[in-house]
Design a protein around this ligand. Structure first.
Ligand SMILES: Nc1ncnc2c1ncn2[C@@H]1O[C@H](COP(=O)(O)OP(=O)(O)O)[C@@H](O)[C@H]1O
Ligand SMILES: O=P(O)(O)OC[C@H]1O[C@](O)(COP(=O)(O)O)[C@@H](O)[C@@H]1O
Length: 315
């Protein structure tokens, strides 16, 4: 069982237009809504593959009701904590060449009691879980150290804990030593405060985090796949997708596949292969739709225990 905490979930609207031009009226050719927020997507991806999960979210306002309904309709188990402010609605603008522009709202302001209720609900759900994962940005009112607090409290219960966030929330969480972090390329560069142009740079930054006490650092690298670093191994996997449709939620599907693989006790290389297959399958689907088992069959994944670290990224 994998428990996800998304302190700032969303209803995601994806609109397809021919090309984005500032200041002009655009007529969308397609649109869809999905339940959103990073941990919500991790739970959706797990549930779509028949894996056990529960999503802990704050729920308030009309978008909160819609989010609850969308999750119920998708068969994603949830524990919603009622909050006063309205859940946010995020918009992704998708262009036919694969460019995705995301407009993310800040989210509702949470009170101290609401934050405490979210943590308490997550800890209650964590009893007997394989992993707990805290994901995404923090809404206004949530303390910067929320994930660090989550990490300490989940660890003290003997449960494994992961964090997928960015900026100061990620930096604070890293100091509390989660078992696993999943930054993307940009988030890792921001965390270590310098550019990471090659796989060797990504490896060095990830290895430093491992040396600081994080067991597994998995860095998602978009079309360059993902690098997984532990004290013993450096693993790389990637899948080639010729026509990406939407990258929204790909990182979340990748993390879901990784945690699923690791909790099934497979070797980390197999878990990374699963992760990359789930992430790559997600980019072949519209909006933040998560892959079903049939979407994974057509995704061949190259994987290696000895990656060429001199390779520039984005080549
Ligand atoms: N254009 C792409 N081609 C193939 N795989 C992709 C592509 N974009 C993303 N992926 C897959 O999805 C995963 C997550 O994507 P990434 O963009 O790194 O995450 P995030 O959404 O967190 O920024 C990658 O590790 C990779 O497996
Ligand atoms: O919490 P943040 O950083 O604002 O991100 C939330 C948004 O990111 C998503 O979780 C998608 O994440 P990724 O594209 O990074 O995988 C959306 O569902 C959601 O709208």
């Amino acid at each position: 069982m994998i428990v996800t905490l998304t302190p700032n979930p969303s209803v995601d609207r994806a609109v397809v237009i021919d090309a984005l031009r500032r200041g002009e009226v655009h007529r969308a050719t397609e649109s869809r809504i999905d339940p959103g927020g990073k941990g919500v997507n991790v739970s959706r991806a797990l549930a779509a593959q028949g894996a056990r999960t529960v999503a802990v979210i704050p729920s308030g306002g009309p978008a909160g009701h819609l989010l609850d309904d969308l999750l119920d309709a998708a068969g994603v188990p949830r524990r919603s904590v009622s909050v006063g402010g309205p859940v946010r609605m995020n918009v992704s603008v998708l262009e036919p060449d694969g460019t995705t522009t995301k407009l993310n709202e800040p989210g509702p302001r949470l009170s101290g009691d609401e934050v405490d209720a979210l943590l308490a609900t997550t800890l209650a759900a964590a009893d007997g879980a394989g992993w707990v994962v805290g994901c995404g940005s923090l809404p206004p009112g949530a303390p910067e150290g929320l994930y660090a607090d989550l990490v300490r409290r989940v660890r003290s219960r003997g449960v494994r804990v992961a964090v997928d966030s960015s900026g100061t929330a990620l930096a604070a969480a890293v100091a509390a030593r989660p078992h696993l972090v999943k930054p993307n390329h940009e988030e890792l560069a921001e965390l270590v405060d310098h550019r990471l142009p090659t796989l060797a740079d990504v490896h060095a930054a990830a290895a430093d985090l491992v040396a600081d006490g994080i067991e597994t650092v998995a860095v998602s690298l978009g079309a360059d796949g993902a690098l997984l670093v532990t004290a013993d191994e450096v693993l790389h996997a990637r899948a080639t997708i010729t026509h990406p449709l939407s990258t929204v939620g790909a990182g979340d599907c990748m993390l879901a596949g990784l945690l699923h693989g690791l909790s099934s006790g497979t070797h980390p290389l197999d878990a990374l292969r699963t992760a990359v297959a789930w992430g790559a399958a997600a980019v072949t689907l519209p909006g933040s739709r998560v892959p079903a088992p049939e979407h994974l069959r057509a995704i061949p994944v190259d994987h290696t225990r000895s990656p060429d670290l001199t390779r520039p990224l984005g080549a």
